[in-house]
Ligand binder design. Structure first.
Ligand code: ZN
Ligand code: ZN
Length: 408
């Protein structure tokens, strides 16, 4: 479950309500488009109810994503959404409970009144904690773990001190008996966040056209010069994009990251090498020997089980086809999973395809897949009842699975 954020339009000041995963915002009043970008991670405030006392914001670090565990003979996965109290004051509530989902949040801005407690956690600490929690799920020896679609954010809980007691300013109730409530008043514990959200103009760097996308798109497309762009470090960087054509009418185009790799340790450098390791026959005899090895991973958020199934089917039996021209941008599904996130799952896909997992899993720590190329490829799918079917490979995606994935 995500939460909502209220943000003023940077152009006209009108309030815009966003979902947590929204990146492209279109003001309903002045219709100006902006792309949201944050250095490191997004920072949100829970709303404080009116209080005469000074508000002190306590940081909580949140991790949201899918975790994959490669064990001896199985692959386990889970969707994780965990929040950790991020100050050194251990008496504060350990987590935010359901508060973020119940209230509308705001982005932190430099002009927020009140003070902020220092954040003593960083994402690697949180990942270590998430690792500990999820390792407990593994029934066998764990050989490899991957986090996909990982998002970190900082959520600030407003507090105030009254008569020596610390109150939660969201619910206006004492949080706990705090013997060192004074700790909150020590200036060294405080910091002034310099952080701010960045609004990027959605102008095509190549032709100056107005870029298109959906609210949760991580790749924007230019309808004029047909290029694709992703936000990286506050800049728009070009994405290598190809749309494969299809024979039928009324097709929808679903995006996949084709990730080309090299692997020197075990020498897995062609599809033929890959299938030999996986102990599977090549579907088309000629395939693979002279080709480099590419993984095909969904470029959209989808539940772990579906992600793994689609990636494994596509990688073991890569679709053919080639670029087509004149395809309407409106028929392209949005890219909601950044390429670096998809790439986290390469070894898991490899392990999933291998027939004898028990023998193969211990090799996983030695395998080093280095990415040589990313290509965004849109494949044609035809709607058939509740499914979307890729005509060449016969691979199916349930429409509801696609829809549900966008809220992950
Ligand atoms: Zn506006
Ligand atoms: Zn352009």
């Amino acid at each position: 479950m995500g939460f909502t954020v209220e943000q003023a339009c940077p152009q006209c000041g009108a309030p815009i309500e966003l979902d947590e995963t929204d990146r492209l915002i279109i003001c309903p009043y002045c219709h100006i488009k902006n792309y949201l970008f944050a250095k490191d991670y997004f920072r949100f405030l829970l709303p404080a109810k009116a209080s005469n006392d000074e508000i002190i914001y306590a940081p909580y670090m949140r991790f949201k994503g899918s975790v994959y565990l490669c064990e001896g003979s199985t692959i386990n996965y889970a969707i994780v959404d965990l929040t950790y109290q991020a100050t050194t004051l251990k008496q504060l509530p350990l987590s935010l409970g359901l508060r973020p989902q119940a209230m509308q949040m705001h982005f932190v801005t430099p002009d927020v009144a009140g003070s902020f407690l220092s954040c003593s956690l960083n994402p690697s600490d949180v990942l270590a904690e998430v690792g500990k929690r999820t390792s407990a799920l593994a029934a066998e020896t764990l050989f490899h773990r991957a986090y996909v679609g990982e998002t970190f954010s900082l959520i600030y809980l407003p507090l105030f001190v009254h008569d020596g007691t610390v109150f939660d300013a969201v619910i206006n109730k004492p949080v706990a008996a705090l013997p060192d409530a004074e700790g909150l008043m020590i200036p060294e514990q405080r910091e002034r966040p310099e952080w701010r959200i960045t609004f990027m103009a959605t102008i095509c760097p190549q032709c100056g056209g107005d870029l298109d996308g959906e609210r949760d798109s991580v790749v924007l497309t230019c309808p004029v010069c047909e290029t694709a762009w992703e936000a990286s470090e506050g800049h728009l960087m070009p994405v290598d994009r190809v749309v494969f054509g299809g024979d039928e009418k009324d097709l929808a185009y679903v995006p996949f990251w084709k990730i080309t790799v090299r692997e020197e340790e075990l020498g897995i450098n062609t599809l033929a090498d890959f299938m030999r390791i996986a102990q599977l026959p090549l579907v088309k005899k000629r395939d693979g020997e002279d080709k480099s090895l590419s993984f095909w991973l969904p470029a959209f958020k989808v539940r772990p089980r579906e992600f793994l199934r689609l990636a494994s089917q596509m990688t073991a039996r890569p679709p053919g086809g080639g670029p087509a021209a004149g395809i309407s941008l409106k028929t392209l599904s949005p890219v909601t999973l950044p390429r670096e996130e998809a790439a986290q799952c390469l070894k898991v896909v490899l392990a999933n395809i291998v027939t004898d997992k028990r023998a193969f899993s211990p090799l996983l720590p030695r395998i080093n897949l280095s990415v040589t190329k990313y290509t965004l490829i849109y494949l044609p799918f035809k709607a058939r009842g509740l499914d979307m079917v890729q005509e060449e490979t016969g691979i199916c995606i349930n429409k509801n699975v696609l829809k549900y994935g966008r809220s992950l």
